[in-house]
Design a protein around this ligand. Sequence first.
Ligand SMILES: CSCCC(=O)C(=O)O
Ligand SMILES: [Fe+2]
Ligand code: NI
Length: 140
Amino acid sequence: APRCELMRRYLLALRDCSDLLDLCPEKVDNYEQKLKNFYTEHIHGDEEIRYCLEGSGYFDVRDKEDRWIRIWIKPGDLIVLPAGIYHRFTLDTSNYIKLMRLFVGEPVWTAFNRPQEEHPARKQYARSLTDKVGVALAAH
Ligand SMILES: CSCCC(=O)C(=O)O
Ligand SMILES: [Fe+2]
Ligand code: NI
């Protein structure tokens, strides 16, 4: 379909600022440990952007009241996690996912496990949650 062709071309053009995670035991070193790390609540200093190519899985993100929101990711879904948002990832019963990671420049996505209230990205994100009215006004 034309939509798939367009996406295929976009992804090709993005290959210099992306990498692939084929999340299966045969292709990933320290598979079990990686899964544990993915499911440990953390933040990053930069946005985490993922595009699902195959399989499926869950991203959990915290809402304003610190409750989990579960997002089911399937092929064709793009997710953008803002810098400083607490999140985690787990596979679903399909037990497989292939994700493209998109970034600008060098991919340095160190995970900082919770609590991380003094991290600059966390402070800025927390501020963005309380400053929504100010942001909306500033945009006008
Ligand atoms: C396997 S999807 C990514 C999980 C995650 O939050 C991360 O790698 O930082
Ligand atoms: Fe992450
Ligand atoms: Ni198609």
